[in-house]
Design a protein around this ligand. Structure first.
Ligand code: CAA
Length: 383
């Protein structure tokens, strides 16, 4: 049976997230976009509102929600500011490898203090020469006695300059390439870790995106997640979950753009009538609304499948790709509908358009999503 209505619990979560987003995020979004900083205290406030680390089990300091609850929250936060929201949401991505592959001891030592203390975590995969080709990373974590010694550089790391712990993907067996990658928990204060560049981004500016350099960073081998050499698969499995979150964030950004554009089109008078009376504008709005609905349904389907324990590689790639392409298209139309005003910083839609662009890039470019979808299609069809 298919039921598209939200349960009472989901409605409560949606209302709580919407209230937080509208009261705590939207009023400061433009200011922190200009400053290019994470608003101080926002992560703690999200934690107090029950909106941080939502998929981490309660016994480890999270909310114990599923992917669907998480998607509903991400849409609401995204409708207020994608930049501020990604800091809140990416924590889940960084902690997921510990939740899925950590031992009880690792969860006690790393997951619980970070989640309970509203601390930040960073997911350290990307390198300068290993973006889409994530298996081509060069950072090494070579065994030395009971430790790993990490050397290399990671780039475009969200919250990298603010995190308490990092999940770092590095070669423990460089001869084996992607099959020599391991996932390792690294406390951010370990000597040898430096922020070597803070990125000045076009959009989602209220998040911290940095380059990190690891120089003889020594961590116990006990910090290894799962088995040695399984790090790349751990990263990809984690991204399968993360991508429906980016999809939901995209739906939120697109929804906000439609709301602004619709209100403007109903009010703005040209040639003696509201501009929505022109089909050229009305059809743009109709397309925007249609694609947002479709993006939301695909996102909720991917999240629901994750909650059922089904394989979500294909559906989460579809949701991420479709929803972020929708966000880009819808925000671009919103700027067009507002015309000259839309292009000015006095109005919020230019920011939404800048923010949307990154949604098509991070957690795997949309070209990579299409590649993942095509591979899954090829696997499923009879040869
Ligand atoms: N789940 C689990 N395992 C998987 C998997 C999945 N979804 N997909 C592949 N694997 C396994 C394969 O079975 C294979 O295992 P074996 O070695 O045992 O055979 C291994 O992983 C390698 O798989 P492939 O041969 O398919 O790998 P590939 O190199 O051909 O392609 C890719 C992989 C899909 C292109 C991948 O590199 C990718 O997703 N690239 C994009 C990277 C990305 O998304 N980066 C995001 C950075 S994080 C971020 O942006 C967060 C932020 O800051 C906001």
């Amino acid at each position: 049976m298919i039921d598209f209505s939200l349960s009472a619990e989901l409605q409560e979560i949606q209302a709580r997230a919407r209230k937080f987003a509208q009261e705590e995020i939207r009023p400061i979004a433009a200011e922190y976009d200009r400053k290019g900083e994470v608003p101080p205290g926002i992560v703690e406030k999200a934690k107090a509102a029950g909106l941080l680390n939502v998929t981490i089990p309660k016994e480890y300091g999270g909310m114990g929600y599923g992917a669907l609850e998480s998607a509903i929250i991400a849409e609401e936060l995204g409708a207020a500011c994608a930049g501020i929201s990604i800091t809140i949401l990416v924590n889940g991505l960084a902690l997921t490898p510990i939740q899925l592959f950590g031992t009880e001891e690792q969860k006690d030592r790393f997951l619980r203090p970070v989640a309970e203390g509203a601390k930040l975590a960073a997911f350290c995969l990307t390198e300068r020469q290993a973006g889409s080709d994530a298996g081509a990373i060069k950072t090494t974590a070579l065994p030395d006695g009971d430790d790993y010694v990490i050397n290399g550089q990671k780039c475009f790391i969200t919250s990298g300059g603010l995190a308490e712990i990092m999940t770092v993907f590095a070669l423990t067996d460089p001869e084996r390439g992607a099959r020599g990658v391991s996932a390792i928990i690294v406390p951010a204060r370990t000597p040898g870790i430096r922020v070597t560049k803070v990125e000045d981004k076009m959009g989602q500016r209220a998040s911290n995106t940095v380059e990190l350099t690891f120089e003889n960073v020594r961590v116990p081998q006990a910090n290894l997640l799962g088995k040695p050499g399984r790090g790349f698969a751990i990263a990809l499995q984690t991204l399968d979950f993360g991508r429906s979150g980016v999809a939901a964030l995209s739906v939120g950004v697109a929804r906000a753009a439609l709301e602004y554009a619709l209100a403007y089109a109903k009010e703005r008078q040209q040639f003696g009538a509201p501009i929505i009376n022109n089909q050229g504008i009305a059809f743009l709005l109709a397309d925007m609304a249609m694609k947002i609905e479709a993006a939301r349904l695909l996102t909720w389907q991917a999240a629901w499948m994750a909650d059922q324990g089904l394989k979500v590689t294909e559906k989460s790639a579809m949701a991420k790709c479709f929803a972020s392409d929708t966000a880009m298209e819808v925000t671009t139309h919103a700027v067009q509908i507002l015309g000259g005003y839309g292009y000015m910083r006095d109005y919020p839609v230019e920011k939404l358009m800048r923010d949307a662009k990154l949604l098509q890039i991070y957690e795997g470019t949309n070209q990579i999503q299409r590649m993942v979808i095509a591979r899954e299609l090829a696997k499923a069809s009879p040869s």
